[in-house]
Design a protein around this ligand. Structure first.
Ligand SMILES: O=C(O)CO[C@@H](C(=O)O)[C@@H](OCCCCCc1ccc2ccccc2c1)C(=O)NCCCCCc1ccc2ccccc2c1
Ligand SMILES: [Mg+2]
Ligand SMILES: [Mg+2]
Length: 348
């Protein structure tokens, strides 16, 4: 019985991974043996935490209590959570979270330590944000607030992953040492998603675009879906893309350090998807109507081509050139976008 349960638990964890992530499950499962289980559990622990953060039906005090104590929860054998709202997309993960905890407690303690540390910092960051002065519609005021929020929910993942890569000896200690680069690996992904998710978040009463950017183009965040605001909406969208383009040199510099093939693929594929998505959303008014996604065929081509630094650099060069072709001289940020592209083209 015991041996069956051991393998059964691990199998169920990978089932939860595939159930809760379209974009990361495949690349996590391709990682070398020394890292695969640790990264899978790192994902499941943080997805559990994020499911609590995303749940707008939870009482705020209850949410904050859970967010700030999640780094202790992951050591509580048998812990499960049944209070998620009925429509929470990953509520099932929390209902069976005891399975994740069982597997987490079997990890090498050096991996457990990394995961617990990031969980504590992310949980407290999410709680600080949820109780901050803008909590009425979870809005973000300044670009510094935007960078801080994305640091909490994604930059810290980059830190933790780099620590796991170095702890597994599959990558050099320097990869974990440069926290600015690993932070920006997370920001590039999270900020791109926040731009793409404008409409979905608006409908769920969430605003992650910083007022310091959109405030130059409208009085209300929801103005951008109105016909009479389309020119301002287009300009605001491109200003948001400009903010993310500045991260490209750090993303490429980070990936250039990697030597393990499975680690490189794991890091490169999400970043390549993100630059393709950033090109898709640039100057694209559909963002204000629906959740735009790159075509399945394009995604497959990108995955197959993301196995070497040279091919990743040429993919970035291609999409940055596509963006420059759409950069319109009448756009208020035309010059700034041209300069950001120029800076990237120096790098590549
Ligand atoms: O609810 C959703 O489905 C989306 O939630 C978003 C939100 O609520 O903002 C938001 O939730 C963020 C909080 C939970 C983070 C969960 C996570 C994600 C990817 C991982 C990859 C490997 C290991 C652990 C990971 C942990 C979300 O999932 N955003 C997607 C972008 C996050 C990128 C994280 C990240 C950072 C650096 C990386 C470096 C290399 C490879 C993958 C990387 C992945
Ligand atoms: Mg989420
Ligand atoms: Mg979230």
């Amino acid at each position: 019985r015991q041996s069956l349960t051991k393998d059964e638990n691990k199998r169920r964890c990978y089932e939860f991974l595939n159930m809760t992530s379209r974009s990361f499950a495949a690349v996590i499962q391709e990682l070398d043996d020394q890292l695969r289980d640790a990264v899978c559990l790192f994902y499941l622990v943080l997805r559990g935490l994020d499911t609590i953060e995303d749940d707008m039906t939870l009482d705020l005090d209850r949410k904050v209590e859970l967010l700030r104590s999640f780094d202790k929860v992951i050591y509580e054998k048998g812990w499960t959570f049944n209070e998620s709202g009925p429509n929470e997309k990953d509520r099932e993960l929390l209902v069976h979270f005891d399975v994740v905890i069982e597997e987490f407690l079997k990890l090498n303690p050096k991996f457990q330590q990394v995961i617990a540390d990031i969980t504590k910092r992310m949980g407290n960051g999410m709680a600080d944000y949820a109780t901050g002065e803008h909590r009425e519609n979870t809005s973000v005021a300044t670009i510094a607030d935007f960078d801080l929020y994305c640091h909490y929910v994604a930059g810290l993942v980059g830190h933790g992953l780099s620590d796991l890569f170095s702890a597994s000896n599959l990558e050099a200690p320097e990869v974990a040492a440069n926290t600015e680069l690993s932070n920006n690996m997370g920001l590039f992904l999270q900020k791109t998603n926040i731009i793409r998710d404008y409409r979905e978040d608006l409908e769920e009463g969430r605003q992650f675009w910083p007022r310091e950017i959109w405030g130059d183009y409208a009085d209300n965040f929801s103005d951008f879906i109105k016909p009479e605001h389309q020119d301002q909406a287009r300009a605001c969208l491109n200003a948001m893309v400009l903010n993310v383009l500045d991260l490209v040199p750090d993303v490429l510099t980070y990936m250039q350090q990697l030597h393990n093939q499975s680690v490189f693929n794991f890091c490169a594929i999400p970043q390549v998807m993100a630059i393709a998505t950033l090109n898709l959303v640039f100057n694209n008014m559909d963002v204000y109507k629906r959740n735009v996604k790159i075509r399945k065929g394009e995604a497959v081509e990108l995955i197959l081509a993301s196995t070497s630094m040279d091919s990743v650099v040429s993919i970035f060069r291609h999409y940055v050139h596509e963006i420059s072709k759409k950069n319109d001289a009448r756009d208020p940020n035309f010059i700034n976008v041209s300069m950001a592209i120029g800076k990237i083209e120096q790098w590549i």
